[in-house]
Design a protein around this ligand. Structure first.
Ligand code: DC
Length: 219
């Protein structure tokens, strides 16, 4: 029997990872953060002093990298990464790494391989459109750019980073633009995905709504 694959796509800061982790826990399935894989490659390039505009060098680094996602943790060449991939520097560069077709192809294979290991919920931009287009469980989580910026700002402030809200909203809008206008696998709602606007919903409300829908689709 095919394993259960739940796709949660949407723009930056829509709450995809928080919500996906809670749903994974509720349903007792694995969680995969596909964005963390792009962030890990970006982090490795920045650490190596590579200019992200130097596409060939980014591709070379990517193809010699081991990326995996196990037990809620992203592994880069065997090391579990945490907050280092959430810095503003990584966030500001990751969309330019994610638009490189060879990087996407490399990670797409990995994501399919990891996703086939067990029942999973994956969050990202192209899970329902490209990684697992055949799954029946597709959701597109959205919220206004201002609300998404406010949530990201709070998250980073709570982690002790010193930032300006307007810069975060600006960064989110810039990423939305790059992610939705790139040529390969742009951020777009799959025709058969259920759209959830979380602007004025609590985390618990969104989790309940999606969990109920998953159960209903599975009946
Ligand atoms: O979800 P996130 O903010 O951690 O994602 C980081 C970047 O990775 C985001 O700007 C777009 C890209 N991404 C992607 O292109 N495809 C995915 N499946 C997941 C993320």
């Amino acid at each position: 029997m095919e394993n259960l694959v739940i796709a949660i796509d949407g723009p930056a800061g829509a709450g995809k990872s928080t919500i996906s982790k809670l749903i994974a826990k509720n349903l007792g399935i694995n969680y995969i953060d596909t964005g963390a894989m792009y962030r890990a490659i970006t982090y490795k390039c920045l650490e190596a002093g590579i200019d992200i505009a130097d596409i060939q060098s980014v591709i070379d680094i990517c193809q010699s990298t081991d990326v995996d996602f196990v037990d809620n943790c992203i592994y880069l060449d065997g090391t579990c990464l945490n907050d280092e991939i959430r810095s503003l520097e990584v966030s500001s560069n990751v969309s330019n790494v994610a638009k490189i077709p060879q990087v996407r192809e490399f990670l797409l294979q990995k994501q399919r391989e990891i996703g086939k290991r067990s029942d999973v919920i994956l969050d990202g931009r192209d899970v329902g459109t490209h990684i697992f287009p055949d799954t029946r469980y597709k959701f597109f989580l959205n919220a206004s750019a201002e609300e998404r910026g406010r949530r990201r700002y709070q998250e980073l402030i709570d982690k002790g980073q010193d930032l300006v809200l307007a810069d975060i909203v600006e960064d989110i809008k810039k990423r939305d633009y790059i992610d939705s206008t790139r040529e390969v696998a742009p951020l777009v709602k799959a025709d058969d995905a259920i759209e959830v606007d979380s602007t004025s919903m609590s985390i618990q409300e969104v989790v309940k709504y999606i969990t109920d829908m998953v159960r209903r689709i599975g009946e």
